[in-house]
Ligand binder design. Structure first.
Ligand code: PLP
Length: 446
């Protein structure tokens, strides 16, 4: 029978047609893990089990699941204005949100450009950086610098400056030209089992001076880094590292971009990593926690001087040839406004800061657990790195992920590292349960 004659697809609800992202599709479809509902710190699986969320979804549900205020704001907005074009037109709450965001941003971060994901925010920031130098007449500044092990989403810009090999190798022929990379900052020989920022490694930033010497600093447009590298397995910046990157960028007129898609919205115990570390970039990318993940949204925050550099020529001329149909989508704006209000009212960043020492102790209580070779933490992020199985990197971690899920705990694994990033509403007994479950699971895994 032809597939078009096979009747109502919704009724069949087969797993096969959905080509899942970053997933082993064949394995998953034989062993599906489906989440049917969520509230507070817990998911409910489709077979009715409660699963403690150790990862805030994908580092994004910072205020916890099912926040009524966000749901209602989305419902109200959908009933009032479903969509408005974003080019040459807009709608009131897109402006209200930008005003609310910039009011809480540090320094002269006075402008917001909307995207719909972290990947789009990154590509937008890279384009703004390139176009900024053109607008200023610095036509030779066309080079972008990323970092080994960096993750900046999956657009061509993001994978080009990114440094995760698996995300690049099939697309090598189409990566952007004029890219270079800083070394990553992971130095387990000196820094294993560090609590918070490692002592050693500020000198990794000096590689930027070497790249300047190699390429001529006047050809470099921007450097992009995650203040804390997340997706690669949580690499916390060594003390003094970000400060040194900032100083070298200043010396050579290079823009510094912080990709705060994970670190934004309270994850470190401050609204943004820029404030937590006291280092101001020129552009910041955000997504995820911006709407508590209830509606997709990303954004780029720009400092005043950057926006102003574009404001030249005839007033009706388009200044930046870039944007998305869904930039500043009304439902996303409504979700973001409600999310920001929850953060403000409940002091979520402060809450994260308050519970972070307990979190740190819980992570480091695993020092003697089986297979563990390193533990890392900062804010409400934790990483448990295991020795890889000979010839089967990642295999042990994947088993840990499956076994934790069976036992009602959602963790995220990348390589042989278990990464944890719970909603910022997490309570101490839930932290204890995460550590206990992981210890028990590690003991059962070969
Ligand atoms: C630092 C960073 N940048 C960009 C992205 C991409 O975000 P998205 O998956 O929303 O495109 C991610 C996603 O994890 C991220 O961690």
């Amino acid at each position: 029978m032809d597939k078009h004659e096979s009747g109502d697809r919704a009724i069949q609800n087969t797993l096969e047609p959905y080509w899942m992202p970053f997933t082993g599709n064949r394995h998953f479809k034989q062993h599906p893990r489906l989440l049917a509902a969520a509230e507070g710190m817990y998911y409910t699986s489709d077979d009715g089990r409660k699963i403690l969320d150790g990862t805030a979804g994908l580092w994004c549900v910072n205020a916890g699941h099912g926040r009524r205020e966000i749901t209602e704001a989305i419902q109200r907005q959908a009933a009032k204005l479903d969509y408005a074009p974003s080019f040459q037109l807009s709608h009131p709450i897109a402006f209200e949100l930008a005003a609310r965001l910039t009011a809480t941003l540090p320094g002269d971060f006075d402008y917001v450009f909307y995207a719909n994901s972290g990947s789009e925010a990154v590509d937008t920031a890279l384009k703004i950086a390139l176009a900024y130098h053109q607008a200023k007449g610095e036509f030779r500044r066309t080079r972008l610098i990323g970092r080994e092990r960096g993750y900046h989403g999956v657009g061509f810009g993001g994978i080009s400056v990114g440094g995760i090999v698996g995300n690049r190798k099939a697309f090598a022929s189409a990566l952007l030209p004029q890219i270079d990379h800083l070394p990553h900052t992971h130095d387990p020989a000196k820094n294993a089992f560090s609590r918070g920022q490692p002592e050693h490694g500020a000198h990794f930033a000096d590689a930027l001076e070497s790249l300047c010497a190699l390429h001529d600093p006047a050809t470099i447009a921007a450097v992009i880094v995650e203040p804390v590298a997340g997706s690669t397995g949580v690499l916390v910046p060594p003390k003094g590292y970000l400060e040194r990157l900032r100083a070298i960028c200043d010396k050579h007129g290079i823009l510094l971009i912080f990709d705060e898609v994970i670190t934004g919205f309270g994850r470190l115990g401050a609204p943004y990593a820029a404030e937590f570390f006291g280092v101001m970039p020129d552009l910041m990318t955000v997504a995820k926690g911006l709407t508590n993940a209830a509606v997709p949204m990303g954004a780029v925050y720009a400092r005043k001087g950057i926006y102003q550099a574009f404001m030249q020529g005839p007033e009706n001329a388009i200044e930046l040839f870039h944007g998305y149909t869904y930039s500043g989508h009304p439902l996303a704006c409504a979700a973001a406004l409600a999310t920001i209000e929850i953060h403000r009212r409940d002091g979520l960043a402060e809450r994260a800061k308050g519970i972070a020492p307990y979190w740190e102790n819980a992570i480091h209580s695993l020092e003697d657990a089986k297979h563990v070779i390193d533990l890392r933490n900062i804010g409400l992020i934790g990483a448990i790195e295991m020795a890889p199985r000979p010839g089967a990197a990642g295999g042990r971690a994947f088993e840990v992920f499956l076994e934790c899920f069976k036992r009602g705990l959602l963790v995220r694994t990348t390589g042989d590292t278990i990464a944890l990033s719970p909603p910022l509403i997490v309570e101490k007994p839930e932290i204890d349960r995460m550590a206990e479950t992981i210890r028990a699971v590690l003991a059962t895994i070969s």
